[in-house]
Design a binder for this molecule. Structure first.
Ligand code: FMN
Length: 351
């Protein structure tokens, strides 16, 4: 049994978290991880506030264990979805890509806030802003890591902050969990590894592509959705990196599709675009169009298994994954392996 500051703070059995993944971390997958003794994180970025509320309630129907929500703080319905989560008193709120304005409101009902960072000094800032824990994303990660790898970033953050640290990016087995603990983290968050389970709803075709891939088969670029991020190396991803297939004309229908998925009125759509242009990230129209196209391409990969038009975020750890266990089997396997590795190392050390 691995007892860490993470298991204590979140009231969970194992120091393993399901990463919040837009389109992927849905109520079923979240509940599967919670019921296996880990921390499930429900991604809200693709939901309207009404759907966010429904999904939060659905998680509660599927599990009585604590869970977390994740929300990008970039336009869309970010403010409203955070408000819904507060009204629903979700025990843990995880944000990324922005500055949290809601820490006091969450603390008021006894909830905790977890800030996602990919740069060490941002971890110190998140703690200054009142975050109770930090999620530290290394360069190996699927989607939006920065330049430093987990091996370098986690110990730097561990020497900077005093709150629990969850390491993300490149973790998929017990050796990784043991290593994260050695680096100063209190547990791990996994995205790619949980995608590759029987319980995840990702299209079978993309699961198979990931299983066949090696650790060299991801690409890191801002061509996928306008922000530096890592995706599975497919023909489409390579074309985007070469700037061959951005297709400005498709940006308009793609933006309209995002509006439809998010169930926004025209007024809300315009306000949301305006907020993103004026807000912290100060995105221009081209970046907004790239984000919209990125979201649509992700949906095509994840739900439709469309290799021609879809792009799926995936981490370097795909190279180490060659099976599709259930979430329960995976969590049990990782914790047992981590315990074995830690005991093995202890027995090798001569004081
Ligand atoms: C398909 C997909 C969607 C993601 N969406 C989000 C998101 O909505 N919010 C977020 O903070 N991170 C998102 N991420 C990043 C993950 O939360 C996590 O940081 C990453 O998967 C960890 O790296 P790993 O894949 O090596 O485990 C996404 C990752 C993937 C693969």
């Amino acid at each position: 049994m691995l007892k860490t500051r993470m298991t204590e703070m979140f009231g969970i059995q194992h120091p393993i978290m399901l990463a919040g993944m837009n389109w992927v971390s849905d109520p079923e997958l979240v509940a599967a991880v919670c019921n296996a003794g880990g921390l499930g994180t429900l991604a809200l970025a693709q939901y309207s506030p009404e759907d966010a509320r429904k999904s939060i309630r659905q998680v509660r129907e599927l599990t009585d264990k604590p869970f977390m929500i994740n929300q990008y703080l970039l336009g869309g319905w970010a403010r409203d979805n955070i408000q819904v989560s507060i009204e629903e008193k979700v025990p843990f709120i995880n944000y990324s890509l922005g500055r949290p304005w809601f820490v006091d409101q969450v603390h008021a009902y006894g909830g905790k806030v977890v800030g996602t960072v990919a740069i060490a000094r941002h971890a110190a800032r998140a703690v200054e802003l009142g975050c109770d824990a930090v999620l530290v994303t290394g360069h190996e990660a699927a989607a939006h890591g920065a330049e430093a790898t987990s091996l370098v970033l986690v110990p730097i953050v561990a020497s900077l902050v005093n709150v629990p640290i969850i390491a993300a990016g490149g973790f998929g087995d017990g050796r990784g969990l043991a290593a994260a603990l050695a680096l100063g983290a209190d547990g791990i968050s996994m995205g790619t590894r949980f995608i590759l389970t029987k319980d995840s709803g990702v299209h079978e075709r993309f699961k198979q592509l990931c299983l066949q891939a090696t650790e060299q088969d991801t690409l890191y670029s801002n061509a996928f959705d306008g922000m530096p991020g890592r995706a599975l190396k497919t023909k489409k991803a390579e074309q985007l990196m070469k700037g061959e297939s951005f297709g400005p004309l498709r940006a308009v229908p793609n933006a309209l599709k995002v509006k439809r998925v998010l169930k926004q009125s025209w007024g809300q759509f315009v306000v949301s675009a305006f907020t993103m242009m004026r807000g912290e990230g100060r995105r221009n129209l081209l970046q907004l169009a790239t984000m919209a196209s990125g979201a649509v391409r992700q949906e095509k990969a994840i739900y439709e298994g469309n290799e021609e038009e879809g792009v799926m975020f995936a981490g370097q750890v795909i190279g180490a994954i060659d099976d599709l266990p259930t979430v329960k089997e995976l969590v049990e396997r990782i914790t047992a392996e981590a315990e074995e590795v830690l005991a093995g190392i202890a027995s090798k050390v001569v004081a």
